[in-house]
Ligand binder design. Structure first.
Ligand SMILES: [Zn+2]
Length: 318
């Protein structure tokens, strides 16, 4: 769908759905864009937008942009927002976010509630991967599946765990599969541990591994080309992706042992390589779990793309 088509359909939608209480509004604050939209309770997307965060205006300026966007989308008393980083969910307090310049110790919930005149209890702040998992389970790849883990393969690896149809966050940080250690002798991760999954199988790690193997991927965008080559012929490219897949499986294996999940959904740019990595993933799971559960897993590509986050954030208002 082209931009103009999207705008046109947005205008049509607005005509039929005037701003009101039936609109659920969600925002997804990312390092390069704010994705946002309004959606009806039945899952009909009413309006969607992508807006520049304007980090040069400082944290307060970014919060102003978010509040204005929520107003523009017709939020009247309630709002959901996904943010990357370490979060205290109940209080909506963002402790630290490596991808958002200046965002450290920010009371996101309270700041937005103040700007909008909302009750803070009705501003729902969630980790971005958790929000994406909620979105995919509501309207995307995992529609109708009650138990799943979503992995976002980006700069790092994010995770969102859904159990019994509900988000399971533990004390706030459940689902962080990116920091499951798969090789204790591996490279030191940003979290301080050695050999975390995201050091082997994120888009950034894959780019680095391709470079080390002398394959054509100097930037994360080049992974697309590498994936295409791997799909076409059995060579070094395919072997690399199978190796990375095996590492993903080594991270997933312990999760299968613990929770016996049957479904894993893969999002983020590098998920485009899922099909090629799949046999590797299944082998890695079998290597690190009991029985032959690798081949029985549903390994699904995410379907909502960059929209999953705001859609899941909006669902927090249901
Ligand atoms: Zn780590």
């Amino acid at each position: 769908v082209g931009a103009s088509d999207a705008q046109r359909s947005d205008a049509q939608m607005r005509a039929h759905h005037p701003a009101g209480a039936q609109r659920l509004v969600g925002l997804d604050l990312g390092g390069t864009a704010i994705k946002a939209g309004a959606i009806a309770r039945d899952g009909t997307v009413l309006e969607q937008r992508s807006v520049e965060p304007h980090f040069e205006r400082g944290v307060s300026g970014v919060l102003d942009v978010l509040a204005q966007l929520a107003r523009d989308l017709g939020a009247q008393a309630e709002l959901g927002i996904g943010v990357p980083g370490l979060l205290v969910r109940e209080s909506g307090w963002l402790i630290h976010s490596p991808n958002l310049p200046g965002f450290r110790d920010i009371a996101v919930k309270q700041e937005l509630a103040d700007r909008l005149g909302f009750d803070p209890a009705r501003v729902h702040v969630e980790n971005d991967a958790n929000a994406a998992a909620l979105g995919e389970q509501w309207l995307g790849a995992a529609k109708g599946i009650d138990d799943l883990l979503l992995l976002t393969l980006g700069t790092g690896i994010g995770g969102g765990l859904i159990l019994g149809g509900e988000l399971f966050a533990g004390r706030g940080m459940a689902g962080e599969i990116g920091h499951v250690v798969i090789d204790p002798t591996g490279p030191v991760c940003g979290c301080g541990a050695r050999g975390c999954l995201e050091m082997f199988a994120s888009a950034r790690a894959a780019t680095l591994r391709a470079k080390q193997a002398g394959l054509p991927a100097k930037a994360p965008g080049d992974l697309k080309q590498l994936t295409e080559i791997a799909r076409e012929r059995d060579g070094d490219e395919r072997r690399l992706l199978l190796d990375i897949g095996r590492d993903l499986g080594r991270g997933i294996g312990p999760v299968v042992c613990l929770l016996d999940l049957g479904c894993f959904v893969f999002g983020g740019g590098f998920a485009a390589a899922l099909e090629v990595m799949e046999p590797g993933i299944r082998a890695g799971v079998d290597e690190r779990s009991y029985g032959d559960r690798g081949r029985k897993l549903a390994l699904l590509g995410a379907q909502l793309g960059p929209q999953a986050g705001w859609i899941g954030a909006a669902r927090l208002c249901l």
